[in-house]
Design a binder for this molecule. Structure first.
Ligand code: SF4
Length: 234
């Protein structure tokens, strides 16, 4: 279910003005998740129905370009996502999907049905046992690999994004992820915001060397992907 909305956002789809919708479930439980309260305590947040979303989109007609499906993990709600994408398309708007990449077949189906215009997929760690630490549970890493391959086959516009969480991402892990993403269209390295992290041990204040380390990560990442951006750096 959708339980949170940002009616107008300038930062959730580069170059576009969007409305962002947040689904309330996730199949991961990342220790650095920012939206953990929505996932663990969804009943605290009222359900937002389609008619409310449509009313908002109609009000903003002409200056909102599209809708971002975020969360949580939207693809946990496969049927809802297909219906919602179709309704958004019927309003003449574009759709961006934010996903953790755990459902490659659903991504493919959405692409085949032309229901999504852009996918932003998290690549949280190198594709080995370190991924389980980043995801907060043992996950099927093969699904992550398959989602990466699908996006890199260029059937839809996409980006990969890695939140640079201290303790998970360092220079070696950027190299390891880079090898997997070699030749990708775009890779966003995102600044980690520790204040509201799910697990206490990730809520530590970032050191003064944090931003310089991100710049080093960007230099390393550019060896593999020509378009690497730092997102969230002020
Ligand atoms: S995949 Fe995203 S929404 Fe799900 S737990 Fe991880 S950070 Fe939170």
């Amino acid at each position: 279910m959708i339980r949170a909305i940002i009616k107008t956002s300038l930062i959730d789809w580069d170059g576009k003005i969007t409305t962002v919708l947040f689904y309330d479930k996730c199949n991961f439980m990342c220790p650095f998740c920012q939206n953990w309260d929505l996932i663990l305590n969804p009943e605290k947040y009222p359900v937002i129905e389609w008619h409310q979303i449509a009313q908002n989109l109609k009000k903003r007609k002409g200056w909102v370009d599209g809708v971002v499906l975020s969360g949580g993990e939207p693809l946990v709600y496969k049927k809802d996502v297909f219906e919602l994408c179709q309704k958004v398309k019927d309003l003449g708007l574009a759709v961006k999907l934010d996903t953790n990449g755990a459902y490659p077949e659903i991504i493919q189906e959405l692409i085949n049905k032309k229901l999504i215009d852009y996918v932003a997929m998290d690549v949280k760690a190198p594709l080995d046992e370190r991924y389980n630490i980043a995801a907060g549970k043992k996950i099927n890493i093969d699904n992550i690999k398959r989602s990466i391959e699908k996006l890199m086959s260029n059937q839809v516009e996409y980006e990969f994004r890695t939140t640079c969480v201290p303790g998970i991402i360092d220079e070696n892990t950027v190299h390891a992820i880079g090898k997997v993403l070699k030749g990708a269209k775009k890779w966003a390295l995102q600044v980690f915001v520790p204040d509201n992290a799910y697990k206490e041990e990730y809520r530590k204040k970032l050191g003064t060397d944090y931003i310089p380390s991100l710049e080093k990560f960007q230099t390393i990442a550019k060896k593999y992907v020509s378009n690497v951006i730092l997102r969230g750096k002020t």
